[in-house]
Design a protein around this ligand. Structure first.
Ligand code: UD1
Length: 429
């Protein structure tokens, strides 16, 4: 199993290209199931999660073609991939495939909408909480689907097709919003989704669906209206830049010090997190071609944060921010409100010398702590990158094991960091 070795102490200087967003690419790829035409997605990142989803889609009968290059020879740039679900040959998503990644459960929406049936394994994914699927099921049932849970599968059918409805999510869920919105595009009549997620990835998916012929208004607000249409057609759509990768590297520059241009990053996608970094003493400049992040000389100030649905501080940046706060000159409090078990990085950061006390959903970080390199274990996707970040300032060598978590969501992490002067390398074993 590969590990990543970081030798601390180097500042970061240079340019880091920001990839297409994993969390937008996945639902966009799934949207290809809604049409028999080509859906061409530009700037799809090279990630293990993308490969896992390609396996799922292929199993349903989707053909895909990487434009310009053979998949095996693709370079560092995001790829343009054409997906074509000309004929859906199988409406079952089996456990072996779905268990690798929670988002693959989302195929249930398009399959029900287009094929009027689906049998999808209940998901696995990151161990960051129970992550139920009740909202997906409830919203699809509101559109007339009948869904039973049998032998670990959600078995769903909608004879005659889905029907438009007004549905209010009892909790804000990004995944359930994606799925209900996709399903409603082919339902009969009008659907209104209240208390919908407002994340930029929901807007990106809505924009792509509209380009495919869907009638959607209100994406990016908490009430989305979808007028069902008979069929969708193909289009070409560019995946928006990854705001979590952007925030992660901004925090990496903050922790290590230096001056880096995050190329193609867009500040409005993560304004809250950037504001928090400014409060912490980091300089941020929006440029035409990206975001410049600088920390030179002065120290890091403690800032309290609470994770919230967009536009609040993202849960996917919580672990990285905690790594940063271990170096702040004072005490900070980090409250996690989205997932109930998303503090597994605390024990690992403690192995490096961080002083963090946990009280339920609240972590108190006592900074500054001099960190010392050690062997640490990646526990989930975002937690693992927080350990690499801590390694950038730790004295000596930090080895992060189980990096398959990292490979699910960070494209060319070690190349991007080492190109800016960090001593980061992958040890293959
Ligand atoms: C997505 C993102 C993930 C991010 C999360 C929150 C992708 C691929 N993943 O995950 O990176 O951390 O949004 O911004 O885009 N919930 C229920 N019932 C449900 C569905 C969700 O109770 O049926 C709960 C979850 O347990 C959690 C909360 O709702 O507490 C938010 O989850 P959700 O927004 O659905 O997260 P994901 O879509 O899984």
């Amino acid at each position: 199993m590969d590990s990543i070795k970081v030798t601390g102490g180097n500042r970061l200087n240079g340019t880091i290209p920001i990839s297409g967003a994993k969390n937008a690419a996945l639902p966009l790829m799934i949207a290809s199931l809604l049409t028999a035409d080509d859906l061409v997605l530009e700037n799809v990142p090279h990630l293990a999660d993308v490969e896992s989803l390609i396996r799922i889609l292929t199993n349903h009968g989707v053909d895909y073609r990487v434009e310009g290059k053979r998949p095996a020879h693709a370079g560092q740039q995001g790829r343009n991939i054409a997906f074509r679900a000309g004929e859906i040959v199988d409406t079952t998503a089996p456990y072996e495939l779905v268990s690798r990644m929670r988002a693959s459960f989302w195929v249930i929406g398009p399959l029900l909408a287009r094929m009027h049936k689906a049998k999808v394994s209940l998901p696995g994914g990151c161990a960051i909480g129970t992550r139920p699927v009740d909202l997906f099921i409830e919203s699809l049932e509101a559109m007339g689907a009948r869904i039973a849970i049998e032998n670990g599968y959600a078995v769903a059918e909608a004879p005659g097709g889905l029907k438009g409805t007004e549905y209010t999510f009892s909790k804000v869920s990004v995944g359930a919003t994606h799925v209900a919105m996709m399903a409603a595009t082919l339902a009969k009549g009008k659907t209104v989704l209240n208390n919908a997620a407002r994340e930029p990835e929901v807007v990106d998916l809505a924009n792509c669906l509209v380009a495919m012929g869907a009638k959607i208004t209100g994406a990016g607000t908490s009430a989305i209206t979808i007028e069902g249409v008979d069929a969708l057609h193909g289009t070409r759509h560019r995946v928006l830049p990854d705001r979590i990768e952007t925030g992660t590297y901004a925090m990496a520059v903050a922790i290590a010090g230096g001056d880096v241009l995050l190329k193609d990053a867009q500040a409005p996608l993560l304004q809250n997190a950037l504001d928090v970094l400014v409060q912490a003493g980091v300089e941020i400049e929006q440029k035409n071609d990206g975001i410049r992040v600088m920390r030179n000389g002065h120290g890091i100030k403690p800032v309290d944060v609470t994770t919230e649905p967009f536009p609040g501080f993202p849960t996917d940046l919580q672990a990285q921010f905690m790594a940063l706060m271990t170096q702040a000159e004072g005490t900070s409090t980090i409250r996690e409100t989205i997932f109930e078990n998303r503090f597994m990085h605390v024990q690992e950061l403690a192995r490096l010398g961080a002083r963090i006390t946990l009280n339920g959903q609240e972590a108190t970080v006592h900074g500054p702590s001099p960190l010392k390199g050690a062997e640490v274990m990646a526990t989930d996707l975002r937690a693992s990158v927080s350990l690499v970040m801590a390694g950038l300032v730790a004295d000596g060598e930090t080895t992060v094991t189980r990096v398959y978590h990292l490979d699910r969501g960070f494209e060319h992490l070690e190349q991007k960091l080492s190109a800016c002067g960090a001593a980061v390398e992958r040890i293959s074993s």
